[in-house]
Design a protein around this ligand. Structure first.
Ligand SMILES: [Zn+2]
Ligand SMILES: [Zn+2]
Length: 122
């Protein structure tokens, strides 16, 4: 469960595991400000969950129905290649512990052909 007093920041990622099982997943959480939830002193004790498009998926969610989602690698290096020289793909996965047969270290891997390049950014 999420502790609304200590854990909550607007827009944080949370995993929803409440009663609406078809909506289980990860969303950004905002305070619910509907009339039902709004509280003059504390604001809302409930949340609304938005998908990546900013659409509200679930409203009036109790804190016990959501859990903060650990942020994965907030700090990806900014030296992601623009394009793969091998297959011209433009999508890369960052692997912090890539083993290229010589050493292990951070690398960008082409999602198309698995071409990889060492990342030097931190
Ligand atoms: Zn509400
Ligand atoms: Zn490639």
């Amino acid at each position: 469960m999420l502790n609304p007093l200590t854990d909550f920041e607007p827009g944080m990622l949370v995993r929803y595991h409440g009663t609406l099982t078809e909506h289980h997943g990860v969303y950004s959480a905002h305070l619910c400000t509907c009339r039902r939830c709004d509280h003059p002193a504390y604001g809302s004790g409930r949340f609304r969950l938005l998908d990546e498009n900013g659409d509200v998926i679930v409203s009036c969610v109790r804190a016990k129905s959501i859990t903060p989602e650990p942020v994965e690698d907030d700090t990806l290096p900014d030296d992601e290649p623009d394009q793969c020289p091998e297959c011209a793909a433009t999508v890369f996965d960052f692997d912090p512990n890539h083993d290229d047969g010589i050493s292990i270290g951070p690398a960008w891997l082409c999602t198309g052909c698995k071409w990889g390049v060492r990342s030097v950014g931190t």
